[in-house]
Design a protein around this ligand. Sequence first.
Ligand code: ZN
Length: 258
Amino acid sequence: MTPEVIATVVFAAVGLCIGSFLNVVIHRLPRGASVVSPPSRCPNCSYQLRWSDNIPVLSWLFLRGRCRKCGAGISVRYLIVELLTMAVFLLHLWVFGWTVLMAVRVAFATAMVALFAIDLEHHLLPNAITLPGIVVGLIVSLVVPPGILDSILGTLLGGGVLWAIGEAYYRYSGQEGMGGGDVKMLAMIGAFLGWKLVLVTLVLSSVAGSVIGVLVIAVKRGGMKYALPYGTFLALGALAASLVGDRIIAWYLGMYDF
Ligand SMILES: [Zn+2]
């Protein structure tokens, strides 16, 4: 094995471990519990998991998705989040190579996976992720793209656009349309990706929302009431914008370059 292959395998394993930690974050953060202690327990019988029950993917497969002690089912979500996080890690390595920007974007993507899953399950976008996310995004933009000026504009645009839409909707209808969590999440996306990719994120998340919305209506035959929370689409749009947004912009501008 070449050093490159070994490094990639180690990187994938780190992705699985971070995915395993994300499962804890997704489960505990919306419940206001600490993400570091106490050790994980079976929700059914309170059996305290040993280190051998906590190995990403392998433990789940070996125990066939059941608690070792009482046999209660363990959600396949744990497996999916671990594999998804590993895939996200490898995708970033493929796109950015071994660079500082790759490390920054992987950290950003990890937060997006957490927000995606928490919004999907709890319809929440915790401040504990989005607010530090805005600060970290601004700070790292001092040394990596999009650069600090672009990052500040992205934060203002991201926070401002959704805030304005929500405010207009509220004045018009008297109801809260857009949650404050969406506003802070898009501000965080702007801090990490800059103002251009905030626009790309908005376009991509609208497309994802429309496609999934049409699919849901087609499958459920008119079940318009079933709506995925907006943060899940923002997370998908931001991941795509982070990975290929610059190429999308170049392609779009190229269309008008006669
Ligand atoms: Zn149990």
